[in-house]
Design a protein around this ligand. Structure first.
Ligand code: MD5
Ligand code: FE
Length: 203
């Protein structure tokens, strides 16, 4: 079931539901090598969302800025490999949304605990905005804020639940977006959190 949100953005409701247990199991292996951490923004604030990465590149933030880096600053080693289950899901979702041969080189994993939020921003640290971003929601539901090309543009609210996948490409790729503070709850597959896998071609 593919629902267009705006041109370029496609919601695949429940696309990852069947594979969620395998994805969460593979995530455990990633976390054993590169655990959750709260990054610091260039402005000096600790992000409420906890993050890690897998794949050749990982998104990092610190006092010097945002960037993609091949090394996990937490342990000085390369990020763990992207699990096959991750790569397959990302490729299948991109295809279903009309983007053929999507080969992500970065998977940023976000963990939202109750109260955690992501304020309105654009994803602009990738080399080529022609590639889509595939986002997989697991665990507790969240309200996604979807704005326009300008920060002041009016934003829409889109509830996302366990198993939902959104492919952000075309004109939607650079729209402002965010996540409202997570409501408390308890999900059978993740407990008291929402996990979001975001697949990118960053390099
Ligand atoms: C999340 N994460 O739910 C979202 C999913 C992030 C982030 O925003 O930067 O880690 S990715 C949503 C997204 C990506 C690229 C473009 C657009 C949305 N968009 O144009 O709306 O944790
Ligand atoms: Fe984003």
């Amino acid at each position: 079931l593919a629902l267009p949100i705006v041109p370029g953005a496609v919601l695949l409701r429940g696309f990852a539901s069947d594979r969620a247990p395998k994805l969460l199991e593979a995530l455990e292996g990633v976390l054993a090598a590169s655990p959750w951490r709260h990054m610091i923004t260039p402005g000096g604030f600790r992000m409420s969302v906890a993050m890690t990465n897998c794949g050749p590149l990982g998104w990092v933030s610190d006092r010097t800025g945002y960037r993609y880096d091949a090394i996990d600053p937490g342990n000085g080693k390369p990020w763990p490999a992207m699990p096959q289950a991750f790569r397959e899901l990302a490729g299948a979702a991109a295809s279903a949304a009309g983007f053929d041969k999507f080969k992500p080189d970065a998977c940023l994993v976000n963990r939202y605990e109750p109260g955690a939020r992501l304020s309105l921003h654009q994803d602009r640290d990738e080399h080529d905005y022609g590639h889509p971003i595939v986002s997989v929601s697991l665990g507790l539901p969240a309200v996604f804020l979807f704005g326009g090309p300008q920060r002041v543009d009016k934003s829409m609210r889109l509830p996302l639940v366990h198993g939902d996948v959104v492919v952000w490409g075309g004109p939607a790729r650079l729209h402002h977006h965010g996540i409202l503070p997570l409501k408390d709850g308890d999900h059978p597959s993740t407990g008291r959190c929402r996990i979001n896998l975001t697949f990118r071609k960053a390099g």
